[in-house]
Design a protein around this ligand. Structure first.
Ligand SMILES: Cc1cc2nc3c(=O)[nH]c(=O)nc-3n(C[C@H](O)[C@H](O)[C@H](O)COP(=O)(O)OP(=O)(O)OC[C@H]3O[C@@H](n4cnc5c(N)ncnc54)[C@H](O)[C@@H]3O)c2cc1C
Length: 493
């Protein structure tokens, strides 16, 4: 992602970009769900979305279904997209909540076209249909992260990036200021540069092993430290959403791609053995297991400085927050966008670096709080979930919860990632119910609100019915073909 974005953005500058990757070490090979801003990244690169989807066997995602999370047998949906329209000074959440508290509103999902379409297995891109929910259809993608990386590698190479296959063996620092001077590869090649971008995964070969930047361990907030990952056959048409199911010691994901399901069980090693985790994962697959599950250990948290001296870390090298809300690839995208905003010259102005680090710290923190809310606000009674409820909240999250509990207010910091509908869906989905409604709503009569709610609900229902099935949409626009794949494999031989 970094090589592709820089190759595209720095055109015309006298900049030479090199990409070093090790086939021996390989990539982590997981990361299949995204959130809507990924489409901006793809469009900014000028990539044709349908072509990309076809190449990387992607599917569409309208949100996340949470099963057994609030309590066993419960299901709620966290859809993408905006909330319904406001009425004068009164926001949709405010007037919907009033009616909901009085038992006079339908469930929140019925006012979201993403939620209804997901439930019905439908998908369409937004169309120009002013004042209808079809205008604002919001989606992201499910894809195979390794294939996405390969696609972007070719994109970058076609724009002048020089790729070198090999292992970085050592890193030399400038004696005067400790900046990175050069990398030495196993082959003996020495590569000097002005700016180094560390995308080396959990180890952080440059940012940590060479620069000793330090890592903030957030496991006192986020209790899971293992993931078991497996592919399975598609037993049914791919659903246009990620399914997340809470389990005894964590949670399981199912991410449907065009050719298989991606599955994983994220769990706490303090509450489950690896054997028990394997049993949980494999007995809850919807299709036949393909290959052996793979185990990954991780420490949730973030690098103390994502940008240190002349090294900027992206991806797992910058930190890791579990994939419950599919935010890691997005944080890479944000890191790249902010690097371009504060792009350095050879002086590396400390003010730029400080600002960049503060912004990234804040983005990681907001995502952490959203995840923390998921973990701490449940009614499950397993030992793991009981312990989760005793996790100390951050001050920011405590304030958010209190504002919502008192009058249903949703506080979003400037440039915060998750929109109002995300917070509202997860609050209500996890049974966090305000004590009172926003007094401003009394400016509207109950009749007026009910008419508006009915209008939105009907529009959502009717518009959803015009959408094709997810599978039909893929077949019509961007279906992967196994024949094309075999042709490419033959050509590669
Ligand atoms: C269990 C799990 C599930 C996830 N699910 C999601 C998800 O649904 N959505 C999402 O957005 N994110 C998800 N992520 C995160 C996502 O996988 C990563 O953000 C993404 O794949 C980027 O990884 P990376 O490039 O930072 O690291 P890696 O994929 O580990 O790549 C590291 C690269 O550095 C190279 N390298 C390493 N050391 C050296 C060396 N010494 N010399 C030369 N090259 C080297 C490797 O060859 C490789 O190319 C998940 C992560 C995990 C662990």
């Amino acid at each position: 992602m970094a090589a592709a974005a820089l190759a595209k953005s720095l055109v015309g500058m006298q900049v030479h970009i090199r990409l070093i990757e090790s086939a021996r070490i390989g990539a982590v090979g997981v990361g299949e769900a995204t959130i809507p801003p990924i489409l901006d990244f793809i469009r900014q690169l000028g990539i044709d979305e349908d072509e990309l989807i076809r190449e990387i066997k992607a599917t569409f995602k309208l949100g996340i279904g949470y099963r057994d999370w609030t309590r066993l047998g419960h299901f709620y949906f966290h859809p993408f997209g905006p909330t319904g329209p406001g009425m004068g000074a009164v926001s949709f959440p405010a007037y919907w909540l009033k009616m909901f508290l009085e038992g006079r509103a339908a469930p929140l999902e019925e006012y979201s076209i993403q939620a209804i379409a997901a439930r019905q297995g439908r998908f369409a891109r937004p169309v120009h249909a002013p004042n209808t929910p079809l205008n604002k259809l919001t989606y992201a993608l499910h894809f195979d992260a390794s294939q996405f990386a390969r696609y972007l590698r070719c994109f970058a190479e076609a724009r002048g990036v020089q790729r070198t296959e090999g292992d970085v063996k050592s890193v030399s620092l400038r004696p005067n200021d400790g900046f990175i001077d050069a990398l030495s590869l196993e082959s003996g090649e020495r590569i000097a540069a002005d700016l180094f971008i560390d995308c080396s995964g959990f180890r952080g070969v440059l940012i940590e092993e060479a620069l000793g930047t330090g890592y903030e361990n957030w496991s006192h907030w986020l209790p899971c430290d293992r993931a078991l990952v497996a592919h399975s056959e598609l037993a049914e048409a791919p659903a246009p959403y990620t399914l997340v199911t809470a389990r005894e010691a964590g949670w399981q994901w199912r991410i449907p791609l065009q050719h298989r399901n991606g599955n994983g069980y994220v769990y706490s090693s303090a509450f489950s053995t690896d054997e028990a985790a394997r049993a949980v994962l494999t007995t809850h697959l919807t299709g036949k297991l393909l290959g052996e599950p793979r185990s990954l250990n991780f420490t949730p948290g973030r690098r103390r400085l994502a940008w240190n001296k002349n090294c900027v870390a992206f991806g797992l090298a910058a930190g890791f927050l579990e994939p419950l809300e599919a935010t890691s690839i997005h944080l890479i995208q944000r890191g790249i966008a902010m690097l371009l905003k504060f792009f350095p010259d050879r002086d590396f102005a400390p003010a730029d670096i400080e600002r960049y680090n503060r912004m990234l710290e804040s983005e990681f923190g907001r995502v952490r709080d959203f995840l923390l809310m998921h973990y701490t606000q449940t009614e499950r009674v397993d030992a793991f979930w009981n312990e989760c409820r005793s996790i100390a909240l951050t001050d920011e999250l405590r304030e958010k919860l209190e504002l919502f509990r008192s009058h249903g207010r949703i506080l979003r910091e400037e440039s915060e990632l998750f929109p109002v509908l995300s917070w509202l869906s997860v609050f209500v989905g996890q049974n966090i119910i305000p004590r009172r409604y926003d007094p401003l709503v009394d400016a509207l009569t109950a009749q007026k609100i009910q008419a508006k709610l009915e209008e939105i609900r009907n529009a959502v229902r009717c518009c959803a019915q015009t959408m094709p099935s997810h599978q039909d949409f893929i077949d019509r626009h961007c279906a992967w073909s196994s024949a094309a794949d075999s042709k490419k494999a033959l050509a590669a031989h």
